[in-house]
Design a protein around this ligand. Structure first.
Ligand code: 4AZ
Length: 848
């Protein structure tokens, strides 16, 4: 049984595809092979050789004949729909067994045959078609067509099928058509998703449901909620609504295997699986709090589910109802007046329907201008990743098209008059959550009353002007400033927070903040503890600073007095060089500083400079791990430090009332992962053998927030799976240094988790400054990093992941994502566990 059988049965004309000209060779004449008295031994040998050669030749010929000469044909299935404009829909067309259905279906298939006969490519390989369903409008026919195509010819058939509309046109314009021929319009056709005709399906289920007003139906995967859905199963639900209604499908559970290659649910704005009418493809786990309601454009919808032989999950359940076309959620656009107001895409925050065009005309009082701000903006779909051309779903404001996902509140448009036209267009495939927009009337002469107007037209609170932070996004609030006493006055007119003075980073852009540092006079050096000592004391063998920092980087390979700041070689000798480990130069006499250095490198150089982040490249952070709770999905991050061991946060592995997070069996870990729910060849999934949470972890203060995870079997390194370097206990991660945060955590505070691994660059923040900002909660085992102007940070779901610090050509694990006051808030950096403080503990527990 296959996909075709899930509708009307179609019986192929079985012999047609086989080459009937093949004939078997006649049997040999036995008499000729009878042994005669021969010409002796040599003759016999020659005879045997000739005989063997003939047998070999014949075998070869037969193999060639049957294996290669015979056409190898590939089954190609296309699905399509077309509008029949000269028929009127009858209720009987909903029933595939009715005589009315059968009669019209016969006429459609017969005309389809004529249509395909107009193309030499198609007519040669055409096997047959089945009509799967009809719906209103006048009558829409949904069909499947089968072709048997010689291997290598598939592209030619695809090409011919892409001109289906032209072929239909040809057929419709044929002279001498029978008077009762069907008139076709709006022909849509595409190759069937190959996963829907898998030969490994063992079970087929086919459901049909007609929604009625004031009734809510339900569809669910087989076995839900008592047992997991079955393997190797294909199911489809054909959903209909009354004429002038649309289908509303509202999921309360969606919990499938993570890899869409194995199990998936696909929804179509059609009654047959036409790829150009796919609304969404889902797999993995969706949180019940996520809005997951879909609307069809017409009165039909198809839900398909396919599973393979691998793992089975609980499945899904959804409510089915009908909503009058034009009612709330299904309609959009209109006239908007007043001094301020808001509007959203239809069905927001749920998914907008496909195939919709909305137009809003905004008008504010004469003499004013309209300012439009998008608070939420989610218009992404496969094929529209490059957000520039907006060829699929888009919003058009002032003639400018906007699409893709945009960060909260960042899209603002202002009109030149008191009117603004906003258009929203969704094409026939793939839907998203849409947008939430606010408009307000602004005074053209005073567009930001009591506020500061940035050069890019944004309005910001006046207090944010000249505070050292780039609030406008284009720096215009930080130009031409008179700095206050808490700021550094840069020569170029910028003001920067005083605590960035002398941090080794050119914050002003003209190095003003890095001049006359530490208050030390010329001829003096600044110690790590801020003391000033004479330049001459540098490397004189005496600890003049008191913390040993004047005796660092002295170029001596050994014989340095060991301090907290010096690197200790394996032979217990100390060297003064800062961060000598794995820097490519042998500094210890015994070479131990360059041992175990197969770490911290990826295929990529992270050369450019989460919340405020961007997609990482695949394999850019090969030590990044995604920790999943079995049957739930991603919860925390972790870092690979050896083939056996991961480092994560202790707070990720603490039991709560419901889940035993501390137990290895609760988790499955994904190494080499880039996109959640996309388990490609690079990805390795492992179970855990043990979890070691730091014994001094404090769940109130998050002090000692570090844990180790041992894999149940060692992982093999690849381009996508590699360890990060562990820093020596003395490794210096200096204030102001750039470090990378990575993870699949929320992309805004309280928001959704990322699908693709995100990366963002932040800076190490001075410990005492951070402690002041975080109201004294920062212990010596915590490290702060962030962008204090806000907008870039780790967030929920990033916990346990790495804070990767470049050192030479490698990355070192500076920290473990631990906590923060919200995400990406101004003056609230992210807090990380300081890995150097736990280097000894890691060595003791793991041997790494
Ligand atoms: C969290 O909940 C979390 N902004 C992680 C990092 C930060 C905040 C929260 C830092 O996992």
């Amino acid at each position: 049984m296959d996909y075709m059988d899930s509708g009307l049965r179609y019986t192929p004309k079985s012999d047609k595809d086989w080459d009937t000209s093949v004939q078997f060779l006649p049997a040999s004449d036995n008499k000729k092979l009878e042994k005669k008295k021969g010409p002796g031994k040599i003759g016999a040998v020659i005879g045997v050789v000739i005989f063997a050669a003939v047998v070999a030749l014949m075998t070869g010929l037969l193999v060639w004949h049957f294996h290669f000469r015979k056409d190898v044909r590939v089954k190609k299935m296309y699905s399509g729909s077309m509008r029949i404009t000269n028929q009127v829909f009858e209720d009987a067309y909903e029933n595939t067994n009715s005589t009315e259905f059968k009669a019209l279906a016969k006429q459609v298939t017969s005309q389809l045959k004529t249509i395909y006969s107009k193309s030499p490519q198609l007519s040669k390989y055409y096997v047959g078609s089945t009509v799967q369903a009809f719906s209103e409008g006048s009558v829409v026919a949904y069909y499947l067509s089968e072709f048997r195509v010689p291997a290598g010819q598939e592209a030619a058939v695809d090409k011919a099928m892409s001109s289906m509309e032209k072929l239909v046109d040809k057929e419709q314009r044929t002279l001498f058509r029978p008077g009762n021929s069907l008139v076709f319009e709006d022909v849509v056709s595409s190759a069937l998703d190959a996963r829907l005709i898998s030969t490994s399906f063992r079970n087929f289920f086919n459901f049909a449901e007609h929604a009625r007003s004031n009734e809510v139906g339900q569809i669910q995967s087989p076995g839900f909620p008592d047992r997991p859905y079955p393997s190797n199963t294909f199911i489809q639900w054909r959903l209909r609504a009354d004429h002038n209604y649309v289908i509303k499908l509202d999921f309360d559970t969606m919990n499938l295997e993570e890899d869409c290659k194995n199990d998936f649910v696909k929804i179509y704005d059609s009654l047959v699986a036409i790829e150009s009418l796919v609304m969404v493809e889902m797999c993995g786990y969706f949180s019940p709090s996520e809005p997951l309601t879909f609307l069809s454009s017409g009165n039909v919808m198809l839900v398909t589910m396919a599973t393979n032989d691998k793992k089975n999950f609980p499945g899904f359940r959804a409510r089915v109802s009908q909503v009058r076309r034009g009612s709330k959620g299904t309609s959009c656009g209109g006239q908007l007046t007043g001094e301020r107001g808001s509007f959203t895409s239809p069905n927001f925050p749920n998914y907008y329907p496909p195939h919709i065009l909305c137009q809003w005309s905004i008008q504010v009082s004469a003499g004013k201008a309209v300012k439009l701000t998008f608070k939420k903006f989610f218009l992404s779909e496969p094929g529209q990743e490059n957000q520039k051309d907006c060829r699929k779903d888009y919003v058009e404001v002032n003639g400018k098209k906007l699409c893709g996902d945009q960060p909260e509140g960042t899209v603002t448009e202002t009109s030149n008059s008191n009117k603004m036209e906003v258009r929203f267009f969704s094409d026939s495939s793939y839907v998203d959550q849409g947008f939430d927009a606010e408009f307000e009337a602004i005074d053209v002469k005073d567009p930001c009353p009591k506020q500061f107007q940035c050069k890019n037209k944004r309005c910001i609170k006046s207090a944010l002007r000249c505070d050292g932070w780039n609030d406008c996004g284009d720096m215009s609030d930080e130009l031409n400033c008179k700095c206050n006493s808490k700021d550094i006055t840069c020569k170029n007119g910028l003001c920067k927070p005083m605590f960035w003075k002398c941090d080794g980073v050119d914050d002003c852009g003209d190095r003003t903040d890095e001049q006359n540092c530490g208050g030390c006079k010329s001829g003096q050096i600044t110690c790590k503890n801020s003391k000033c000592v004479s330049e001459k004391t540098h490397c004189d063998g005496r600890d003049d600073c008191g913390d040993g920092s004047d005796e660092l980087d002295c170029g001596r390979a050994s014989d340095t007095r060991c301090t907290d700041l010096t690197y200790k070689c394996k032979n217990n000798k100390c060297i003064s060089k800062v961060n000598p480990e794995c820097d490519g130069t042998q500094d210890c006499e015994d070479g131990s500083d360059e041992e175990n250095c197969d770490c911290g490198r990826s295929m990529f150089k992270t050369s450019s400079r989460i919340v405020g982040g961007q997609d990482a490249e695949e394999g850019e952070f090969p030590w990044q791990v995604s920790l999943h709770i079995k049957g739930y999905g991603h919860v925390c991050g972790a870092s690979i430090i050896s083939p056996h061991w991961l480092v994560t946060a202790a707070h990720c592995v603490q039991d709560d009332g419901r889940t035993r997070f501390s137990q290895p069996g609760t988790w499955e870990v994904y190494l080499g992962l880039h996109t959640q729910r996309k388990i490609g060849n690079a990805v390795v999934k492992k179970n855990l053998k043990q979890i070691i949470s730091h014994p001094n972890y404090n769940s109130f203060t998050y002090d000692n927030d570090i844990a180790l995870m041992e894999l149940d079997s060692p992982v093999t390194y690849s381009d996508y799976i590699r360890p990060i370097c562990l820093p020596a206990p003395q490794h210096d991660f200096a204030t102001g240094n750039n470090v990378w945060i990575t993870g699949w955590g929320a992309t805004r505070e309280g928001g959704f988790a990322a699908t693709v691994l995100q990366k963002a660059k932040v800076r190490i923040i001075n410990h005492s400054v951070c402690n002041d900002l975080m109201e004294g909660q920062i212990t010596s085992r915590m490290l702060c990093a962030g962008v204090l102007s806000g907008g870039v940070d780790a967030c929920q779901g990033d916990s346990g992941g790495p804070l990767s610090s470049p050192g030479g050509s490698r990355m070192f694990l500076a920290g473990v994502v631990s906590w923060g006051d919200g995400c990406a808030r101004r003056n609230k950096p992210g807090i990380y566990t300081t890995v150097t403080k736990f280097r000894g503990w890691i060595k003791e527990k793991t041997g790494v």
